[in-house]
Ligand binder design. Structure first.
Ligand SMILES: C[S@@+](CC[C@H](N)C(=O)[O-])C[C@H]1O[C@@H](n2cnc3c(N)ncnc32)[C@H](O)[C@@H]1O
Length: 213
């Protein structure tokens, strides 16, 4: 593809290409380039709504000589629809999505039924969705939204990793993020009754303490 700032190498989607990982909401690319450096046999694509952050990710990847890292600008499920074929992604990372805690802002949350349906579509059948947040009500909501069509798997997959920028900040405050790794299970579920836009997150039930590592 010619305009790399708006797109990414077409070869990444070709048959036999290395596994593709998405870092959605990749910020300035600390996790993206860190993972790309650790795992040269995988390709890492960041998707981020803020253009300046996308540019920073791409210049970091270029400066570090990482041909397996890139970022594109996009918001919500649209870039998934536009850029990624069915079953093309091995691992989909969503770390510290903005929680939008006020009820009137709930529709702005990234992780909702529509977004998760697109994630399901782009993930390989053995792919993994890795969700991490510092916001307990949002985590409960994510858990509720992934009851059907997903199966929880251990967070620790034995791979070497790097913390995200927000994870570092959060851990420096002495806190542990809420985390959930999931793999697709069964047929693609019908759209969640919430239509994915507004969930009464703060009214959902409690979850076991053990889920906050
Ligand atoms: C709180 S930051 C977390 C950044 C990074 N994932 C981390 O853990 O350090 C959320 C990032 O997601 C981006 N973002 C928020 N909503 C988004 C959306 N709907 N689509 C794409 N990016 C989004 C923001 O611009 C920001 O860079």
């Amino acid at each position: 593809m010619s305009d790399k700032a708006a797109s990414f190498p077409a070869a990444w989607l070709e048959a036999g290409a290395p596994p593709l990982e998405i870092d959605f909401g990749c910020h300035r690319g600390a996790f993206l380039v860190g993972m790309a450096a650790l795992h040269p046999s995988c390709n890492f694509l960041g998707i981020e709504r803020q253009a300046l952050r996308v540019a920073k990710c791409c210049s970091k990847a270029t400066r570090l000589g990482l041909a397996n890292a890139w970022a594109v600008q996009g918001e919500g499920p649209d870039p998934l629809r536009q850029l990624l074929p069915d079953g093309s992604v091995s691992v989909f990372h969503v770390s510290f999505p903005d929680p939008w805690p006020k009820r009137r802002h709930a529709a702005r949350r990234l992780v909702n039924g529509k977004f998760l349906a697109e994630v399901r579509r782009v993930l390989r059948p053995d792919g993994v969705l890795r969700l991490m947040t510092d916001d307990e009500p949002y985590f409960r909501e994510m858990r509720e939204l992934t009851v059907e069509g997903w199966m929880e798997i251990p967070w620790d997959d034995g791979r070497e990793g790097v913390p995200t920028a927000f994870e570092i900040t959060f851990r420096q405050m002495g806190k542990s993020p809420f985390r959930r790794a999931l793999t697709p299970q069964g047929p693609v579920p019908a759209p969640h009754p919430s239509a994915g836009d507004v969930r009464p997150a703060r009214e959902l039930g409690n979850f076991p303490e053990s889920e906050n590592p």
